[in-house]
Every structure is written in structure tokens, then in C-alpha cells.
Design a protein around this ligand. Structure first.
Ligand SMILES: [Zn+2]
Length: 496
């Protein structure tokens, strides 16, 4: 157990006793989150089931120490059948692939100090509730935490400082997913492999975040900035108040040199963040992001959030999805410019498949990656016509999959990311899974295919879907038995 750190504990006590939020005392409890939602989507807030609500204050010092100090209060509603005796929060920055050092400095539940201990290689904290939590009741969990942010060389850097960027995904303790598949106690504490795939499995929550940052940095965030004020910490510091409607995770990326440009698409304000030397490509990225948003809104259903950001990041030539925010690797703005459009088309589709409809990305990575990957077919078809989309199909999915089969690398798609080799992860989880969605579309026809995607979106909006849930939605809407198709593409592999 980590020792209490005195300055952080003092911050914890001061903040938890004074909580002067700019939105305090409002009679409409969803009022704080409405600015993050498009007007037409605000009704979704009333229909949400119990969802964790995060109030976070974080002080970010990007100077030599690269130190974050934070406090959060999370309202956790217990929806199970029995009394709850403990809770788990994940400390994702402690994953080896994130390389951070996150510690908990104090925990209180409903105002009472609660004992805690670290588990799952320090990527989880186990909190013993001072009193059992009955079903359908809510606990206010307060945690103070600190995070030492790693400094990284050039490369694929999701968390830490690299090339002048400070990337902070899941910089706060996040409630672990209760997941009945893992037995009793049903908490998902999986640790994703370091070799490939997404690492965070998180339930959607509502967010109010105040980040105290040096006044000269520009911050891109998963959410809508509602105000920026001078910080009580003195000259040179700014408080940024950000809110997030239902979203799976919250991330911040800072750079003092970011420039921005914005446009509107699908009722959202789309903003491109780029470095001054990448301005031309940054403006092109903005247009690609807006175009993708328009195509997917029309095909899959409305984009619910007020803001969408596309942001350059130290990710080489890769991208990464967050709710309302897409990171695109710096190399794609420069020597890999030809990859920009496809990468943006892919990452933008994650706003539907990962962000709005969630799934376990560690145990069923194909479900969002395959559907996202295949969604780019709809983008290329809408923008450039069917021959261009078919060329994409051949180049990105059919030919690579055929090659994998010839090399004896075919595998069952419905497996956790740890089951794949480095040599076939992408071909199976992206290409072969995309070919399943393609076969499904050809089987049921375009009209039914897009209708079933909209049904899938409606059923699992801000929830978590499994492969069986997707198949059930597809069979319900199409009125067909799709088990043979599913068996062929997702559950079997060619003999090597
Ligand atoms: Zn993806």
C-alpha cells in the first residue's frame, strides 16, 4: 500500500470540503452535461441507466517533473442483486505499455475513510466499503491520486511526454467494469497484452473535469470546454472546465504549439489541432473528419456530441480513438500523408463502434475493430463511388486475408487479443472481421444491413455489446438465421 503523501492529502481535504463547481446547485441534475450534447441528443441523458458520474480536479505540471495531482468524486450506483462490499477502480497508467506511476493517496466513501489495496500488478485498486451498499443505492467515492507521467522517446506514445506533446489517457482512477463472465467477484481486471490492441475496457460515464494547466499550453480534450478562468493557483495558471456527456473515457492532450481550425458537420463543431508546420495537412484533416462524420451520421445514426476533435499526436503513422477525439500520428501529417484519409475514416467510425456502442476490446477486439474497419467501405463508397470502395476491399482486406490463409496464419476471429500472433493480429481482427461484415451486407442487402446497424446502435447506446448481441440484432432485423455465415468467418479457421 502506498504511503499517504502529505501535500496530496491536504489537496484532497481542501477540495473535498470546498467543491465550488461552477455548475453547483442546479435543479436539473443533467444540466451540467447538456452543453456536451447536441440539442437533439440531450433527451438521451434522461434515458440513461445508472452510470458513474465523475467530478475530477487535476493539476497538471508539464515541466521537468511531469507530475499530476488530482482528486475525484465518483457517484457509483450499485445495480446488482446483493449487497456490495467492495469496489474496484482501474489505474490504467500503471500498465507497462503506458509506463506511468500512479498512486492513490486516500479514499473516502460517503464521507468515511475507506481502506484500499493494489491488485492486478498495480493496475487496480480494491476499496473496502465502510458499509455494505444495498442494491439500487449510490455511493460517493472520493479518491485523491497522483501520477508521474513518463517521458518517452520518439515512437508510438499513447501515454506520456514525447516530441513536445503530453498525452494523458485515463489519467484518473476509473471504475472497473463489473463483468459476469469472470465469475465471482465479477470485476474485470484484465491486463491487455503489450504487443497489440486496445487496453482499456471502461463503462460510459458522465464527466465534469477542471484541469489546472500552465496558461501557455493548448489543451485538446474528450468533451466540451465550458469556461476557462484564471486559476486560484496564481499567475501563469489557468483552470479549464470541461464537461462530457456519456463517454467511455476521458483524455487530455497538451501542446503549447497547437493551432486549431474548426468547421461544422452533423450539428457538431469539428476542430483540427495541429502544429504550425503541419497547417496545410491539418486543414485537410479537418475536411476529411467532417466528411467522415457526415457519411457515418447518414448511414449509422446521428453523432450525439457537441464537439469532435482530430488531433496530431506522437503515434508515428497510427491513430487512436477516444470519445469525441481522434489522435492521428505525426508521420501521417508528413512523410505518410497518403495514409491520412483512410486513417481518419477509420478512427471516425470508432465514434459509433467503441464510443457509443462499447465492447470489451481485450476479449473481443474484432467486434469494434472489424466493424470500424469495414465502415470505411461506406465512406469510400459515398465519397468516391463503389469501384473505389471495392478497390479498398481488395487492397486492405481480401488480398491480405488470402495471403494469411496461404501462409497458414488463418485463425478464429472471436478470440482475445492475447490469442493472436504479432503476424496475424491485424489480418484477423481487422481484415477477416471486416470481410465478415462485408459478407453480411452482401447476404442481407444494403438497406437491411444499415438498418441492423442502426438497431444495434439503438439497443446498446452507451452500453456494452457482446458478439452474441450483435448477431442477435442482425438476425432480428434481417429475419434470417445467420449462424452459418458467422460460423464461417468468425468461429472457424482454415487448416494450416
Ligand atoms: Zn481501430
Amino acid at each position: 500500500m502506498k504511503r499517504l503523501c502529505l501535500p496530496t492529502l491536504l489537496l484532497f481535504l481542501v477540495l473535498s470540503s470546498s467543491c465550488a463547481w461552477p455548475w453547483a446547485g442546479q435543479p436539473d441534475e443533467m444540466a451540467p452535461y447538456r452543453p456536451a450534447m447536441q440539442h437533439e441528443a440531450q433527451g438521451q441523458l434522461e434515458m440513461l441507466g445508472p452510470m458513474p458520474r465523475y467530478d475530477i480536479r487535476v493539476h497538471i505540471d508539464p515541466t521537468a517533473e511531469r507530475q499530476l495531482t488530482g482528486w475525484e468524486r465518483v457517484l457509483v450506483t450499485h445495480w446488482g442483486q446483493d449487497e456490495l462490499h467492495k469496489l474496484y477502480f482501474r489505474l490504467y497508467p500503471n500498465l507497462p505499455q503506458y509506463g506511468g506511476g500512479m498512486g492513490i493517496d486516500g479514499v473516502a466513501v460517503n464521507g468515511h475513510t475507506a481502506p484500499f489495496s493494489y491488485e492486478a500488478e498495480n493496475t487496480a485498486v480494491h476499496i473496502l466499503l465502510p458499509e455494505p451498499l444495498p442494491p439500487d443505492s449510490t455511493a460517493a467515492v472520493e479518491l485523491s491520486f497522483d501520477l508521474k507521467v513518463p517521458e518517452r522517446e520518439e515512437g508510438y506514445v499513447l501515454c506520456g511526454e514525447s516530441r513536445g506533446f503530453l498525452s494523458l489517457p485515463l489519467f484518473y482512477p476509473v471504475l472497473a467494469v463489473r463483468d459476469d463472465r469472470v465469475g465471482v467477484p465479477p470485476w474485470n481486471l484484465d491486463i491487455a497484452p503489450t504487443t497489440h490492441g486496445d487496453v482499456a475496457f471502461v463503462e460510459a460515464g458522465l464527466y465534469r473535469v477542471t484541469a489546472t494547466v500552465p496558461s501557455d499550453v493548448v489543451v485538446a480534450a474528450t468533451g466540451t470546454v465550458i469556461s476557462t478562468t484564471n486559476s486560484s493557483e496564481g499567475e501563469g495558471w489557468t483552470d479549464i472546465h470541461i464537461v462530457g456527456g456519456p463517454r467511455r473515457e476521458f483524455m487530455l492532450i497538451l501542446n503549447p504549439h497547437f493551432q486549431t481550425a474548426s468547421t461544422d458537420a452533423c450539428g457538431a463543431r469539428v476542430t483540427s489541432y495541429f502544429l504550425p508546420q503541419d497547417r496545410t495537412t491539418g486543414l485537410v484533416a479537418l475536411q476529411y473528419a467532417a466528411a467522415a462524420l457526415r457519411v457515418y451520421c447518414q448511414r449509422f445514426g446521428p453523432y450525439p456530441f457537441r464537439d469532435m476533435a482530430v488531433v496530431s499526436a506522437p503515434l508515428r503513422y497510427f491513430g487512436m480513438e477516444y470519445p469525441g477525439l481522434t489522435l492521428i500520428g505525426l508521420d501521417v501529417y508528413r512523410q505518410r500523408r497518403e495514409d491520412l484519409e483512410f486513417l481518419i475514416a477509420h478512427e471516425m467510425a470508432h465514434q459509433w463502434w467503441y464510443s457509443v456502442v462499447g465492447n470489451d476490446p481485450v476479449n473481443f477486439p474484432w467486434l469494434d475493430e472489424g466493424l470500424t474497419e469495414y465502415s470505411t467501405y461506406a465512406y469510400y463508397e459515398a465519397i468516391y463511388g463503389t469501384p473505389a470502395a471495392d478497390a479498398l476491399w481488395e487492397r486492405r482486406w481480401r488480398a491480405p486475408y488470402q495471403y494469411a490463409v496461404e501462409q497458414g496464419l488463418d485463425a478464429v476471429v472471436n478470440q482475445p487479443s492475447s490469442a493472436f500472433k504479432v503476424t496475424n493480429y491485424e489480418t484477423m481482427v481487422y481484415a477477416k472481421a471486416a470481410l465478415f461484415f462485408d459478407a453480411l451486407r452482401r447476404e442481407v442487402g444494403d438497406e437491411t444491413y444499415y438498418r441492423l446497424l442502426r438497431e444495434y446502435l439503438d439497443r446498446y447506446r452507451y452500453g456494452v455489446a457482446t458478439p452474441a448481441d450483435f448477431l442477435a440484432a442482425a438476425e432480428d432485423v434481417s429475419g434470417r438465421d445467420l449462424s452459418e455465415l458467422y460460423q464461417q468467418w468468425i468461429l472457424t479457421a482454415a487448416e494450416p
